[in-house]
Design a protein around this ligand. Sequence first.
Ligand code: ZN
Length: 221
Amino acid sequence: MTFSLIIFILIFLIAVNYFQLVTFASLIVGPKIKTNTIIDKWIINTIKYKTGLVLKNIKIFHDKRPYAMMGGIYPFPILIISEKMRKLFNKDEMEWVVLHETGHHLLWHNLEAIIIEGVTISLGVKLIHLLQLNIFSSGLLSIFFSILAVQIIRYGIEYQADKFSILRVSDPEGVITAQAKLKKYYKDSLFNSEKSLLRILFHWNISPGLRIKMAKMRYSS
Ligand SMILES: [Zn+2]
């Protein structure tokens, strides 16, 4: 029973938080990513002007992949942007990114993610006890619950952050061109294709197509 629980929790945490785990692991093992803190006046002022949030600085991860993340729990934001994304994205594209990340912070998304994952794990643990599941069934249940949690996170968190940012960007065209850049950059990733089953099942983000649709709706409003 103990092993069943360990397998369930381990598979769940890895499947649901794969991207975050890989990124933070690469700060301490393997070819380590260097980090530093910068004061980018344009980013800080954009966030302040559009949302009211005052950031003191921004953490840069010197990574070759383009991404951004919002760390910390409200009211302590830690905006992380990869060096690659800073170089690759123009101002309109970057505005979408930083407003998306600010949305995560202002809408308490990190806490929400912890609660979604915590509740799902508790339900799984209860079920394993109740049904006396063996290791194999616990593994299967874990995969099923991981998919469920990712879907809740996609529409309860990522979709909300895109809604928050796309409503506020100065030029929605930046949202559209950013999707093309991300697509090109992650073309070898298993998660890249919008129709890839892995993406649909395990990727937090909404599809680039849906983001483009949301950006286009800004033109007609
Ligand atoms: Zn996000």
